[in-house]
Design a protein around this ligand. Structure first.
Ligand code: MN
Length: 735
């Protein structure tokens, strides 16, 4: 794509200065004597070194570091060092400036943070390496300075905000990484606003149709919603002030991504999502009155509106691990609609929005150190050299996404564990030795097995026995990364001991059969018994699974196959498949055309049909699979295995049909099914594979699997089905 640019350099200069001044205003609250000079120096250096560079959009490159610095200051609340680092975050990588230059001008600390940032982008922007391993490296820098991660998040946020000029395949890769790695990280660091924006922006690129659909729906009812919120808030506002509380009460819309999640999770159309917004009551309280004021406000709200007793969340008494504090309740609004109300103080609100940095600021006045604990945990996980990067990421994400539960020790101390944690997890959390010798537990004084899933508030006493040792199947019982890695290393040690014993036994056995004990023979034996390693061979011998007679069997077979070499399965190589595609005119896989040359199938998880936005994924043993870019597995695949992804596009001229599903809901009416099937088979001549219908008190809910040509065909069919009398909703669903 070629774009012609007419640039007014003078106007651009003015604009750069304008943006710089806005940055200074944003950082004003943290500036101390001399800080302004430091920021100016960094700005001048960045401006000079990026001076001939432009972004994909044609804008001067310097806009980007200024914006990243502004996000760091304004949205994360970071101070001067971080602003300086953000302004300079790309200079070492992209210009002639060296780390030594930075250190000379700005000192060691700044140089170190910029070094971390340069290293991260170095490993992240290549296609060839495994993303999870890179992510691990990124987190390793946590040990040095959390600001590296925070500035990287600001960098990513600005790149996501300005991605329109990127080629499609890059948009997909960056958006996938964002939803898979960065958004959870922002969440865990307590940066809720940034997390939501990253999720929404990812969805805008990964699933543009749904994104636009929900955005449009939200916009349609905007005025009506505003009126509802106004009426709902008015009486609260009044009484809150009557009772002498200082508070800001307002409605806040939920993010598109979270609305979509709810629609999918509950399998409901947009119209049935009731909580499109939440009400917030932000109190201005003296530190000693915070908790009492929150409950006072709670009492006012629930006097006015009836609360749902199952929906009270008290994170004021027990804050979340990432520092979040708030009181949530759901009440019945005047129009018979549930409304979520969030109550917190200004201090709590700042922590909720800016996370880590605000946490830091209030640290002295708060005794909660959940974030410090978390960073400690990350370090523990990272320092384990055994951990495979992907395992690590799974464990890490498991710990990221799950909510926490709080468990009491017999003496009343509070231990925080991820949701789903078992008695055995708890034992390992107490101490490695307690975990390793655990035989059971008493939960609230009742005896339970080690696999017992703990509930929030349980009091747990661990029962141990000196005869107990960790078992292989314990790995299925625990969920915390800590317990997993301790069990693995202990099993490994155990195995090593058994293998040593087995090795001695095998030596004796071979001697009696007059076979020489050497590496070659040991490897041949392992191969014969189909064992992955010689260690496994020794273990099998030690456990008596391989006996003298088995070895004799090997001897006779060895004579039979003397000169035949073992056959090995043919491996599909990523490069081989890619060069096959590139053998054509472009590097894009044309679905429908390349079929003869290249082995591919349509993924069953998302059932793509022509017209869908798709990509190809080279699997280990099943050739290429075609997925939709909004497939539930897509982000994970693209983020971790970028090098296995191939661009794919539908070939227009084809007569094939594809299986997809439609969910039809409506008011049950005589002949409704007949009318639906008439539209499908007679009017549209579409083949149906199956139809399941559920009628319940006059509500019709049907799932139909049909064969269609492409998305246009499908959309026309949906349009006509909506015209059938009684039908209120038609949506496509995946298998
Ligand atoms: Mn950047």
């Amino acid at each position: 794509m070629k774009t012609e640019l007419v640039i007014d350099l003078e106007a651009e200069k003015q604009e750069i200065l304008k943006r710089y001044r806005a940055l200074l205003r944003a950082s004003k609250s943290t500036l101390q004597k001399g800080d302004k000079k430091e920021i100016r120096k960094a700005f001048d250096m960045a401006l000079e070194s990026h001076k001939d560079m432009r972004r994909k959009s044609g804008e001067p490159y310097i806009y980007h570091p200024i914006a990243v610095a502004q996000i760091a200051a304004e949205e994360i609340g970071l101070g001067t060092t971080s602003i300086v680092c953000a302004l300079l975050h790309d200079v070492v990588e992209d210009t002639d400036i060296t780390l030594e230059d930075i250190e000379r001008e700005f000192g060691k600390k700044t140089a170190k943070i910029i070094d971390g940032l340069t290293k991260i982008s170095g490993v992240f922007d290549t296609n060839s390496s495994l993303q999870a391993e890179n992510f691990r490296k990124m987190l390793l820098t946590l040990a040095d300075d959390v600001r590296v991660i925070l500035i990287k998040l600001a960098d990513r946020l600005h790149n996501m905000r300005t991605m329109d000029f990127m080629p499609r395949h890059k948009q997909l890769k960056i958006a996938s990484e964002t939803i898979y790695l960065y958004a959870p990280l922002a969440h865990r660091l307590g940066l809720y606003a940034i997390k939501s924006e990253l999720e929404d922006l990812s969805m805008k690129y990964l699933d543009p149709d749904t994104y636009k659909f929900i955005a449009k729906k939200l916009n349609e009812k905007k005025a009506e919603r505003a009126l509802f919120i106004k009426k709902f808030v008015e009486p609260i506002d009044e009484i809150v002030h009557e009772q002498g509380l200082v508070a800001d009460v307002y409605g806040r819309p939920k993010s598109i991504h979270s609305i979509w999640n709810k629609m999918k999770k509950k399998n409901i159309p947009f119209e049935e999502v009731y909580d499109l917004f939440a009400i917030r009551i932000i109190l201005d309280s003296a530190p000693e009155n915070e908790k009492a004021d929150c409950w006072k406000a709670y009492s006012i709200v629930t006097d006015l509106y009836r609360p749902n007793p199952d929906r009270l969340r008290d994170w004021v008494s027990s804050p979340k691990g990432n520092g979040y504090e708030s009181l949530h309740t759901t009440v019945m609004g005047p129009r018979g609609q549930w409304v979520e109300v969030q109550i917190r103080t200004q201090r709590m609100n700042e922590i909720a929005e800016k996370g880590f940095a605000a946490h830091w600021k209030y640290k002295e006045s708060s005794n909660d150190n959940g974030l410090d604990q978390w960073i400690q945990k990350v370090r523990e996980m990272l320092s384990n050299p055994e951990a495979n990067a992907l395992d690590f990421l799974d464990d890490f994400k498991m710990n990221l996404f799950s909510d926490e539960i709080f468990i009491f020790t017999p003496k009343g101390a509070l231990i925080q564990l991820p949701l789903g944690a078992t008695a055995l997890d708890f034992a390992f959390e107490i101490h490695t030795d307690v975990g390793a010798t655990c035989i059971g537990a008493k939960v609230n004084h009742k005896l339970v097995p080690i696999s017992y899933k703990l509930q929030n508030g349980d009091q747990v006493e661990i029962i141990t026995s000196s005869k107990q040792t960790p078992k292989e199947d314990w790995l299925n019982v625990v969920v915390t990364a800590k317990a997993k890695s301790k069990i693995k290393s202990s099993l490994k040690e155990e195995k090593r001991k058994i293998a040593e014993n087995g090795k001695e036994i095998l030596e004796r056995k071979l001697k009696s059969l007059k076979i020489t004990y050497n590496t070659d023979n040991i490897q041949k034996l392992s191969y014969f018994f189909k064992l992955p390693s010689t260690q496994e061979l020794f273990v099998n011998v030690a456990l008596g699974k391989i006996e003298l007679k088995d070895i004799k069997e090997y001897l006779s077979s060895e004579k039979e196959v003397e000169n035949r070499s073992p056959e090995r399965p043919e491996n599909l190589s990523v490069d081989g498949i890619k060069s096959k595609i590139k053998g054509g005119e472009s590097d894009i896989l044309l679905i429908g055309e390349d079929m003869q040359r290249i082995d591919y199938t349509l993924a069953a998880c998302c059932n793509p049909i022509p017209g869908d936005d798709v990509f190809g994924f080279i699997t280990v043993s099943e050739g290429i699979k075609i997925h939709r870019t909004n497939c539930p597995n897509a982000a994970q695949l693209m983020a971790n295995y970028g090098y296995r992804v191939v661009k794919a596009k539908w070939n227009k001229q084809q007569e094939l049909t594809f299986l997809t599903g439609l969910r039809i809901v409506g008011i049950d009416d005589v002949g409704l099914i007949n009318n639906i099937t008439r539209v499908i088979s007679t009017d549209f001549k579409v083949n149906m594979r199956s139809i399941t219908v559920d009628t319940n008190e006059g509500i019709f809910d049907g799932s139909i699997m049909i064969f269609v040509n492409d998305t246009e065909h499908l959309e026309n069919l949906i349009k006509n089905l909506l015209k059938v009398r009684g039908v209120t909703g038609v949506t496509r669903f995946d298998a």
